[in-house]
Design a protein around this ligand. Structure first.
Ligand SMILES: [Zn+2]
Length: 397
């Protein structure tokens, strides 16, 4: 380029920069682009890719993780559940079993495991209302009687309660993240009680003796244990629900909770444990190590379809490797009539994730990011949808 022509270029550039163009004039007349708050950003995908609606599960499903009832008095400060009254724990639910079963029929879910069946008289009530009248359709799990944890003789009392629960028909034991994150030496106060505390050993053993699988939820998404700042991928959840944060204070880390769960799985090889929410779903490598190590450990993926669906290749390899130990579950809360709304879409998200290879679609109800289907084979789908759960729940001869 000669000196002269370079000067001409600078002239052209300058006039482009300082002379208002037609476009600039137009912009001045039109309204400016509004600034959005982060929470309001919800872009529409411009991808033209297959979008498959899967209304019914391809094979009759057992939803291993539902909540059809809850218990008044559960010690979990983050929930609205009031403290147990003097008349002991009571069951709480307002949805009608017929409405729930009609929904399950439409989705080809032949059985729902109601994990939160409670304990004491509440459990009797739940079994009477939900399990007995609908054989094979609803299976009820019991829960530990945490409010008695500080009482003398609790260990044996709790083990006996497992036997009693089994005798009235409970099919398994559910342990919420109450253990490890909320339950303290004086129930609500004092130091946190560890998941591996030896006072529960008799309970874990009793579950094995009565052939009741233990569905256990420890920990939460990894981000819930991190500082809530601009680097936290669940920032938008945490500003709405700050009580979901387990950062700081006296909380154990996510990994400490998982390791503590592993200790009880190791100590009780005659008891089958199901790590709910996939154990550590962001780290399927770690979950793989756990499953490789403990043959009595299974996993379930309720409320984690968004996490699995953003790592479709890793997830598919995981389902392939552990096809005999992954259980279908949704964590669908259906204990009130209002809660039933939206559950059709929730089930369809799970089916679409498992059965199709659709790209980049929005999961319902967790829409923090988009997900991809993993297109499992029929053989694996059968296992995940029902065969694995049938084996764990002793439904097959
Ligand atoms: Zn749940």
């Amino acid at each position: 380029m000669t000196k002269l022509s370079r000067r001409s270029w600078i002239t052209v550039l300058c006039s482009a920069l300082f002379t208002p163009t037609k476009a600039q004039n137009r912009e001045q007349q039109e309204p400016t682009i509004p600034l959005l708050e982060l929470k309001d950003f919800h872009p529409t995908s411009m991808l033209h890719v297959p979008s498959t609606r899967v209304e019914r599960a391809r094979f009759p499903a057992i939803d291993f993780h539902t909540h059809l009832t809850t218990v008044m008095g559960r010690p979990m400060p983050s929930s609205a559940v009031p403290v147990e009254g003097t008349d002991g724990p009571r069951a709480s639910f307002s949805s009608k079993p017929e409405d729930v079963l009609a929904l399950l029929d439409r989705k080809n879910v032949r059985c729902a495991v109601n994990l939160t069946g409670g304990y004491g008289p509440a459990l009797d009530e739940v079994i009477r209302s939900w399990q007995t009248p609908f054989p094979g359709r609803v299976m009820v799990f019991t829960e530990p009687w945490w409010t008695r944890v500080a009482e003398r003789g609790y260990a044996q009392f709790q083990a006996d309660e497992i036997g009693r629960a089994s005798s009235i028909g409970a099919r398994g034991l559910k342990v919420m993240k109450t253990l490890g994150l909320y339950l303290r030496e004086n129930v609500y106060t004092g130091p946190l009680i560890k998941v591996s505390d030896p006072r529960f050993d008799l309970m874990w053993e009793a579950a094995g003796v009565h052939r009741m699988p233990v569905a256990i939820h420890v920990s939460d998404p990894e981000a819930n244990f991190q500082r809530i700042d601009r680097f936290n991928e669940r920032y938008l959840d945490m500003i709405v629900r700050p009580e979901w944060s387990f950062y700081g204070k006296d909380f154990p880390t996510d990994r400490e909770l998982q390791e503590d769960r592993n200790r009880i799985v190791a100590r009780h090889p005659g008891t089958n444990f199901v790590a709910l929410h996939m154990g550590n779903v962001e780290n399927l490598g770690y979950t793989t190590e756990c499953l490789d190590k403990y043959p009595n450990l299974y996993v379930e993926f309720g409320a984690r379809v968004d996490e699995l669906g953003r790592q479709p290749r890793t997830a598919r390899r995981f389902f392939d490797k552990f096809q005999d130990r992954v259980l279908f579950g949704t964590d669908a809360i259906m204990d009130t009539a209002d809660a039933l709304a939206g559950k059709e879409a929730l089930y369809e998200t799970y089916f679409r994730f498992l059965e199709t290879e659709d790209d980049y679609f929005e999961p319902k109800p967790n829409a923090r990011w988009r997900i991809y289907g993993i297109g499992l084979s029929d053989a694996i789908l059968r296992k995940v949808y029902h065969e694995n759960a049938e084996r764990l729940l002793h439904l097959r001869a």
